[in-house]
Structures are given as structure tokens and as C-alpha cells.
Write a protein of this length. Structure first.
Length: 96
């Protein structure tokens, strides 16, 4: 009879140990879920901010606010260094 009581006490102790481990795991998972939720919320806030900035920039572009139209010579001077035939055009322009 004593051996059955000992076995029962041992199993009860193992169950309590297992329950404590499960509680810790549940708390750890709960904390991870909270961290993920916070991360998702911050990411959503950042995305909304970027979308607002994009919309503001887009509306400014459409309205022309802060934009200045470049003259043709300014455009040519800006694009010329990007062209592979730049040297040829410069030579032609200077009369060579």
C-alpha cells in the first residue's frame, strides 16, 4: 500500500512540475505574442506614415508646389554627362 501511495505522490509531483513548466511556456508565448502584436502595430503605423508622406509628395508634385521647370539648356547640361556620346557632342560643339 505504501508503494502505491509513494507512486501516487511521485506522479503528483511530476504533474505539478509539468504544470509549472507549461505555465512558464504559456507566459513566454503570451509575451512573444504581445511583442509580435507591438511590432505589427509599429510596422502598420510606419506604413501609414509612409503612405501619408507619399500622398503629400504626390499632391505637391501634381500641384507643382516647390517645382521649377528647367530650361532646355539646363536639361541638356544635366543629361549630357549621362550620355555615352557626351565626348562626341562636346567635340562637335567646340568645333573639333
Amino acid at each position: 500500500m505504501t508503494s502505491n501511495i509513494d507512486k501516487l505522490q511521485q506522479l503528483t509531483a511530476e504533474i505539478h512540475t509539468e504544470q509549472a513548466g507549461l505555465r512558464k511556456a504559456v507566459i513566454a508565448n503570451s509575451n512573444q505574442i504581445k511583442l509580435l502584436a507591438d511590432t505589427v502595430e509599429k510596422t502598420n503605423d510606419r506604413l501609414q506614415s509612409l503612405e501619408r508622406n507619399r500622398d503629400i509628395s504626390s499632391s505637391r508634385y501634381r500641384s507643382g508646389a516647390g517645382l521649377r521647370l528647367a530650361s532646355i539648356p539646363e536639361l541638356v547640361e544635366a543629361i549630357l554627362p549621362l550620355l555615352p556620346i557626351r565626348d562626341l557632342l562636346l567635340a562637335q560643339r567646340s568645333g573639333y
